[in-house]
Design a protein around this ligand. Structure first.
Ligand SMILES: [Zn+2]
Length: 227
């Protein structure tokens, strides 16, 4: 699960009219596209476009989908800022393993030494799966597309090596389509009879409340709204 770390009113760093959220959105869309097209893996994103989403919601998104890992992507044009990958101080072995590979990919693709650090960010402390936060350099002097491509390759290399991803033998249809988290939809089944799918929690709970007391079975089944 790839996470553009900024969006909505949380624009991230701003420099010379460039907002971090716009660059991270492009970087993440390209990483997703590259992984889904070229490798036998399914990459999804926590948000598409400029939606405001709290860290809790983005983590929930990854958890609901049972993501193997969560990579939250930041960029900076400030050369004085540290570049590299960061994990929660309480991280276990799997997370440290992922960090080691991501850093290797970043070092190669960015052609510079990057830091393997720890940080107490919300998204890392909330995530139950291996989670990592990356900060990559995007120079304001260089062509933006060139910078973005380098950051994309840094992440792709790291993830390919960490998970030993194989070249794709299948195509995803439609290719390159962003796949984001869908709203949760539940099918409500009362006494074995389906009352239909509910996307709104309020309507669902009202139905359940109306049947408590006389129904012998109340079942909720998650409806897959995506492929
Ligand atoms: Zn940031």
């Amino acid at each position: 699960m790839l996470d553009p770390a900024h969006g909505g009113s949380d624009a991230g760093l701003q420099r010379r009219g460039v907002q971090e959220k716009d660059v991270t959105a492009r970087v993440v869309a390209r990483i997703q596209d590259e992984l889904n097209k070229a490798y036998d893996v399914e990459a999804r994103v926590t948000r598409v476009g400029d939606e405001p989403m709290r860290a809790e919601e983005r983590v929930e998104c990854a958890q609901e989908w049972n993501a193997d890992c969560l990579v939250s992507v930041h960029v900076t044009s400030d050369s004085a800022q540290t570049h590299g990958s960061f994990i929660h101080p309480g991280s276990g072995r799997v997370n440290r393993f992922l960090q080691q590979y991501l850093n290797q990919g970043m070092t190669e693709a960015l052609d510079q030494e990057v830091e393997a650090g720890e940080t107490e960010s919300d998204i890392l402390s909330l995530a139950l799966m291996p989670a990592i936060l990356t900060i990559s350099p995007v120079s304001v002097k260089e062509n933006e597309s060139v910078c973005i491509e380098r950051v994309v390759q840094a992440h792709v290399r790291g993830l390919v090596q960490a998970y030993n991803l194989q070249r794709a033998t299948r195509t995803i249809d439609p290719p390159g389509q962003p796949v984001a988290c869908q709203p949760l939809v539940y099918d409500l089944v009362i006494n074995g009879r389906s009352l239909g799918a509910f996307a709104e929690e309020e309507g669902l709970l009202q139905q359940i409340q109306g049947h408590i007391g006389w129904a012998t079975t109340i079942q909720l089944e998650r409806v897959r709204t995506h492929g």
